[in-house]
Design a binder for this molecule. Structure first.
Ligand code: LLP
Length: 427
């Protein structure tokens, strides 16, 4: 039975989540059933919601600008199953380096639908992507033009990445379009790169690229970066980057995919040739809301500030300690909490706090705690701090869960060790 009064926090869960018989169900499956089957902590992904978001982006862009393509910035959730979903939905893949290329190909991506990023692509990265036959390489710097010229056999399509000198409202570490950014080239170098590539017989210059940062809500900043592209002449392809912010907490603004598409396409109409092809490469705004992290409460300390300690933390979610990202959370079966608590992780570091101040309903050891909007960059930056095992990923679609990444094991922790024989005791 579905309760008539749905808690406010559901607005941050994957669309289609609901409260059924007093407990949150993701794509129709109760959190407690997922915990019983797969254990905690775990990343849960609503596959139906993910596919819906991909289609919304893909169709929304092509409706507004038919000569266009969406590419998934795969650094946001580089799991083979996610690459597979993206490819099945017919969008391209953005990879940064050989590792993401390997996973994209394992997920079934057509190499011609892959574009390649990186501010320091090594010869080995470049050889790998050239051998695979990728569609586009985004040239980041002048040295890369020389590297490519030496390595390319036949011809390779490329774009040139500009640094538009546009600042954004995001965290400093996620801003990439300002004048001192390590990504892309300033106007003078951009012109030189364009000239060098146009004179090369191995490289075919198809257009330009710009990306100003991540978790950006300021639509004007995107428009400004598109205007910056128009200063270098007219090209066939413009890759306008990714970066649209996703609402992680009640405090974040809600800027929809449609608001964003309206703004970037308007700027493209204002500043770019009407016959050009437009590429968008979103990461976070494709995957963030489809993901929920499920933790078990290990203990609760009361006295001072109430501290709810869970069985995960900064090893599965670095967003908080690296960028101060604010998340919300709820117990899986009690929603209208009055008790102000902080949710802390299990790692030996004071900064291992997942949420500083959230209302929960009488949390106790054994409760299941759900943190929504964790589908972007959490899996990506997971680590083994304190020997933690990296989390499984469980897809749920129309009431059916399936494991797509298994939990790491203690054997995995030892798997890369190359042991020397033990020291012989001295006589
Ligand atoms: N294109 C390029 C060239 C990028 O560097 C990025 C992200 C994207 C597209 C996708 O941006 P998105 O749509 O996901 O915002 N580690 C940070 C995020 C860094 C984003 C890096 N580049 C985090 O954990 O939040």
């Amino acid at each position: 039975m579905q309760s008539s009064e749905q808690p406010a926090i559901l607005s941050l869960f994957p669309e289609g989540s609901s409260v059924v018989d007093g407990e949150i169900a993701i794509s129709g499956v109760h959190a407690s059933d997922l915990a019983a089957a797969y254990g905690t902590p775990a990343y849960i992904v609503d596959e139906s919601a993910l596919r819906q978001r991909i289609r919304h982006y893909r169709d929304g862009l092509s409706l507004r600008w038919p000569n266009s393509r969406v590419y998934f910035a795969s650094k946001a959730f580089p799991a083979t199953a996610v690459y597979q979903v993206m490819s099945e939905e017919g969008i391209g893949i953005d990879v940064a380096g050989g590792g993401e290329l390997v996973m994209a190909l394992a997920g079934g991506a057509d190499p011609r639908d892959i574009l390649v990023h990186g501010n320091a692509k090594t010869d080995s990265d470049l050889k790998m992507v050239l051998d695979a036959g990728v569609g586009l390489i985004i040239v980041d710097n002048l040295h890369e033009v020389d590297q490519l010229t030496a390595l390319v056999q036949g011809t390779q399509d490329v774009l040139v990445r500009i640094r538009p000198n546009v600042d954004t409202d995001t965290h400093e570490a996620m801003s990439t379009g300002h004048g001192d950014s390590k990504f892309g080239m300033g106007p003078e170098e951009t012109r030189r790169a364009i000239d060098m590539i146009q004179r090369s017989k191995d490289l075919r210059l198809r257009g330009l690229h710009v990306h100003i940062g991540s978790q950006v809500f300021e639509l004007d900043a995107f428009s400004e970066s598109i205007k910056a592209l128009s200063e270098f002449g007219e090209f066939e392809i413009y890759d306008l980057g990714g970066g649209l912010g996703e609402r992680h907490s009640y405090d974040d603004p809600a800027v929809s995919v449609d608001d964003y598409l309206d703004a970037v396409v308007q700027a493209a109409k204002d500043f770019l040739p009407p016959s050009s092809r437009i590429i968008l490469e979103p990461g976070r705004s494709l995957v963030a809301r489809a993901g929920v992290t499920m933790y078990r409460v290990v203990n609760v300390k009361r006295g001072g500030k109430t501290l709810v300690a869970v069985d995960g933390g900064m090893a599965d979610n670095l967003e908080v300690s690296l960028y101060g990202q604010r998340f919300e959370a709820t117990l899986s079966n009690r929603f209208h909490g009055e008790e102000l608590v902080s949710v802390v992780g299990r790692h030996c570091e004071s900064g291992d706090e997942l949420i500083d101040g959230v209302h929960l309903d009488s949390p106790a050891a054994g409760d299941l705690l759900l943190m929504p909007v964790t589908g972007a960059y959490c899996f990506t930056m997971a680590n083994n701090y304190n020997g933690s095992l990296r989390l499984p990923v469980v897809f749920v679609s129309d009431g059916v869960p399936r494991l797509v990444v298994r939990r790491e094991t203690y054997e995995d922790l030892l798997a890369r060790d190359v042991l020397v024989p033990p020291l012989q005791p001295k006589r």
